[in-house]
Ligand binder design. Structure first.
Ligand code: C5P
Length: 220
């Protein structure tokens, strides 16, 4: 392990979906399983890196490994803080979490009750920070930031826009209309600045992670 291609490197990985609280018992969430992020954390540790895995709501077992520090961050705001703290001392960030774009404008401090005769409930949502964009904007030149683009249409155009607008070094694009949530395999296309998009055959998420990390090892 001390000889691995990522030995001596510190890598931050995010996994899972955010939970945005409406009141103490309710939340807005999404179907992210956390599988891809956990595969990245496991593969990076196997390649010798020291990993910080920042996880939200996940539906699978988290990796248990001496080289993986686990940090829980349920809301997008908690996740941003955890990522910023860990990334400052790290070489790379892999944003595999399905960050919640929106959060309730206010969170009730008590359980909201039904009211007789009231048949509509209006919830106002406000934008969450973009973690990838925020972190990429303040990164050092030697740090590498990798993001994902899960799209149902216009995959490459949307992924290319994400690469530019978020300031990521690499975007891993996947078509979520053909890649089911929680699946073990994935068909991805890699986009990097100034390079022709590279479409990979379908393979396990663990193999996607390993192959991307080999690329990363060449950069950091
Ligand atoms: O814009 P979109 O959500 O499709 O972008 C996906 C990529 O951006 C993922 O890597 C995700 O982790 C990251 N992201 C983020 N903060 C947000 C939304 C997405 O870091 N608020």
């Amino acid at each position: 392990l001390t000889q691995g291609p990522l030995s001596g490197k510190k890598i931050v990985v995010t996994a899972g979906g955010n939970l945005e609280a409406i009141d103490p018992v309710r939340f807005i969430g999404n179907h992210s399983s956390g599988k891809m992020g956990c595969c990245f954390a496991r593969a990076a540790a196997q390649m010798g890196a020291e990993v910080t895995l920042i996880y939200g709501n996940v539906s699978i077992a988290l990796p248990q490994n001496d080289r993986i520090r686990l940090v829980k961050a349920l809301s997008a705001k908690e996740m941003l803080q955890a990522v910023q703290a860990a990334f400052a001392q790290s070489d790379a960030l892999i944003m595999a979490a399905a960050v919640s774009d929106w959060t309730p404008k206010t969170t009730a401090d008590h359980k909201l009750k039904k009211q007789a005769g009231v048949d509509e409930f209006h919830l106002t949502l406000v934008k969450n920070p973009d973690i990838l964009q925020t972190v990429a904007a303040g990164k050092r030149k030697t740090q590498v930031v990798i993001g994902f683009a899960a799209e149902t249409n216009d995959l490459l155009a949307n992924a290319q826009r994400k690469l530019d607008s978020k300031g990521a070094d690499l975007i891993i694009a996947n078509d979520v209309s053909s890649n089911a949530f929680g699946a073990d395999s994935d068909q991805v296309t890699l986009l990097a600045k100034g390079q022709v998009p590279e479409s990979w055959p379908r393979m396990s998420k663990q193999e996607v992670a390993e192959r991307v990390l080999i690329r990363l090892a060449e950069k950091i």
